[in-house]
Ligand binder design. Structure first.
Ligand SMILES: Nc1ncnc2c1ncn2[C@@H]1O[C@H](COP(=O)(O)OP(=O)(O)OP(=O)(O)O)[C@@H](O)[C@H]1O
Ligand SMILES: [Mg+2]
Length: 248
């Protein structure tokens, strides 16, 4: 699915250039669920932006789904981005005046402008159903909890059935229970065939992936498969009961 060879990314800034990626080599197979970890500034988001074709490497080769991304026209890159990749970012990036359903419909406006309005709406409903939010379809983001907003963002990323889901800190700012629920959802999507690459600072979240890649100073310094990824159902059962926690 993903093949990076000797990828470098140097940002030109007014001060000194920043060498954010310094020779990254990485192969991700279809159907993998990979967590990317590493200290702040180690290059994780830079890597995700490249993977998502939101940015181009200064040097090196990126093959996505057997195509050399550097050789694609801007239109072809936009098409890949719209059709192949779903993005989930920490800030959610939801439209605040739009309902959950309208937020999820949005990518179809760009990617499949010829889709009929009622079809777009019904696909958006299906996507909201996959994240368990059909009952909140007509709520605006301010009428939803943080975890529910994050699930709307995930539904929006899924609505076009991307082969590749890229998530930068998808559980940032969420409580433990909601984080585990989101990881359960990622595992389900992965089991249905989606390749997932997720950035996280927390080992507790990374444990739900099948493989953990660690970055330091713009390089990959560790890359390990997990024998047995964490099980969200068991982890949820192990959490202290909320009512008990309150009286304790
Ligand atoms: N647009 C930019 N222009 C210049 N330098 C940048 C830019 N974006 C990132 N950097 C620098 O590149 C390096 C890697 O940044 P990046 O955002 O990839 O780190 P990160 O691993 O995602 O960190 P965090 O965990 O804090 O999100 C940092 O030194 C950062 O300051
Ligand atoms: Mg980052």
């Amino acid at each position: 699915m993903i093949h990076l060879e000797e990828i470098h990314r140097i940002y030109d800034t007014a001060a000194a250039p920043v060498h954010a990626l310094r020779g990254v080599n990485l192969r991700i197979l279809p159907g993998e669920f990979v967590a990317v970890m590493g200290a702040s500034g180690s290059g994780k988001s830079t890597l995700m932006n490249l993977l998502g074709c939101l940015d181009r490497p200064t040097r090196g080769r990126y093959r996505l789904d057997d195509a050399d991304v550097a050789e694609l026209s801007p239109d072809a890159v936009a098409a890949v981005r719209n059709r192949t990749i779903g993005f989930v970012f920490q800030g959610f990036n939801l439209l605040h005046r739009a309902t959950a359903l309208e937020n999820v419909e949005l990518p179809m406006l760009y990617a499949t402008p010829t889709l009929r309005g009622d079809e777009a709406r019904s696909r958006a409903r299906v996507a909201l159903g996959r994240v368990g939010l059909e009952a909140r379809a007509d709520h605006t983001p301010s009428e939803l909890s943080g975890g529910q907003q994050q699930r709307v963002a995930i539904a929006r990323a899924l609505v076009l059935d991307p082969k590749l889901l890229l998530a930068d800190e998808p559980t940032g700012n969420l409580d433990t229970r909601t984080s585990i629920e989101i990881m359960g959802l990622f595992q389900q999507l992965n089991a249905q065939g989606a390749t997932i690459v997720m950035v996280t600072h927390e080992l507790d979240v990374a444990r739900f992936a099948q493989r953990i890649v660690v970055m330091r100073d713009g390089r990959i310094v560790a890359d390990r498969a997990l024998d047995r990824p964490a099980d969200p159902v068991a982890e949820l059962a192990r959490l202290p009961d909320e009512a008990e926690a309150e009286t304790a």
